[in-house]
Design a protein around this ligand. Structure first.
Ligand SMILES: C[S@@+](CC[C@H](N)C(=O)[O-])C[C@H]1O[C@@H](n2cnc3c(N)ncnc32)[C@H](O)[C@@H]1O
Length: 345
């Protein structure tokens, strides 16, 4: 049957600006050179995620052909692909992700590259259930690259960013749970203040929470990312004009982060992951965890240290590893990344 010809989205001006207009970036197979040029300019092309600290992670994990490993956060498959290269067709890699939208695309992409079910098992699962990923199997290595991918942040329909308007969703798995907009309607003011402080150290937590509750109390909706942005902007209108823009941006980033952590139960699932990790690792097995904010890093540091003291891990990183200057230039999202590792006794 003849395929229907689809016209690409038209954009105003000389460059596409909106996510859905970036047809070249969204098709790296066809426009590989353009996509590489964008990466070299220090930008992440739409619909793509650049893996962070790959060399440092591979150096630590020491992946060898024949080993069995687990990548807890498949995402775009950047780390997964490099690990699969190290396996050289021998062994097995299990990978999980809660996101049904992006993980399906990534699995198809990896399959096209020749990484099918004979070497790679992809499961749509929460890493909190890591003991169910391959029951009875002990892993040589485990990697978790926490948080969200660039694809999730950039897609306005997912609601992770206030740069473009979209539904205030923020669920990693949009097929279950409550959206951020729903959650805002459920919270009392003191709970909202606590969430903003605990999950993101928001200095204007009280003002922002009051502004949100006032807006909702007056029957005015906070259903989209731009509506939440506008409420935060209003809450910080007392600041001097020359400080306001930057402060609003930072408070928005922290508020979105706090909401995302809350509705996806990110601390609870990380806690479960860290507790189960020693049980799924072989003796001498290696685990690496990449975190993106201090709350996550504190949990990882504490768990690794505690299990080291108890002799469950033979060694754990005493310091975090950070991305180098060149990597941070090419991928600004690497700036906040912290890598910690541990080795099973
Ligand atoms: C930073 S990205 C991973 C990027 C990946 N390492 C790469 O190189 O493309 C984080 C991914 O973890 C997923 N994720 C977050 N929390 C999760 C959880 N509790 N269980 C499984 N996947 C999770 C997100 O959906 C997202 O796709």
């Amino acid at each position: 049957m003849e395929q229907e010809h689809k016209r690409r989205v038209r954009y105003r001006g000389t460059h596409p600006r909106r996510y859905e207009e970036k047809y070249k970036e969204l098709n790296p197979q066809k426009y590989g050179e353009d996509v590489q040029a964008i990466i070299q300019r220090g930008k992440t092309p739409a619909g793509m995620h650049i893996p962070i600290m790959v060399e440092e992670i591979l150096e630590f994990l020491q992946v060898k052909p024949g080993q069995v490993g687990y990548d807890a956060t498949l995402g775009y498959g950047g780390h997964t692909k490099r690990i699969l290269e190290c396996l050289q067709g021998q062994g097995r890699l299990y990978a999980t992700d809660v996101d049904p939208i992006e993980s399906a695309k990534t699995q198809a992409r990896l399959q096209e590259l020749g990484y099918g079910p004979e070497i790679l098992t992809v499961k749509r699962m929460n890493f909190a259930d890591m003991d169910q990923v391959a029951p009875g199997v002990k892993f040589d290595f485990v990697l978790a690259d926490l948080g969200v991918s660039s694809m999730q942040i950039d897609n306005p329909q997912r609601g992770f960013s206030f740069k473009q308007d979209g539904p205030l969703d923020l669920r990693l798995d949009p097929t279950c749970g409550v959206t951020a907009a729903q959650r805002l309607r459920e919270l009392r003011e003191d709970e909202l203040v606590g969430m903003l402080m605990d999950n993101a150290d928001e200095p204007y937590a009280q003002r922002i929470a009051s502004a949100i509750l006032r807006q909702l109390g007056q029957g005015r909706a906070i259903e989209t990312t731009k509506q939440l942005y506008a409420v935060i902007e209003q809450a910080l209108s007392f600041l001097p004009a020359n400080q306001r823009k930057e402060a609003v941006k930072k408070s928005c980033q922290r508020t979105f982060q706090a909401l995302r952590i809350d509705i996806n139960s990110e601390y609870e699932v990380l806690y479960a992951f860290l507790e189960k990790l020693p049980d799924v690792l072989k003796s001498g097995g290696r685990a690496a965890v990449l975190t993106f904010h201090s709350g996550e890093d504190r949990l990882v540091k504490k768990a690794f240290k505690q299990y080291c003291r108890q002799g469950i891990y033979s060694q754990a990183a005493s310091e975090v590893t950070r991305a180098g200057a060149q990597e941070c230039f090419l991928n600004p999202r690497a700036k906040s990344a912290k890598l910690r590792w541990a080795i099973r006794a």
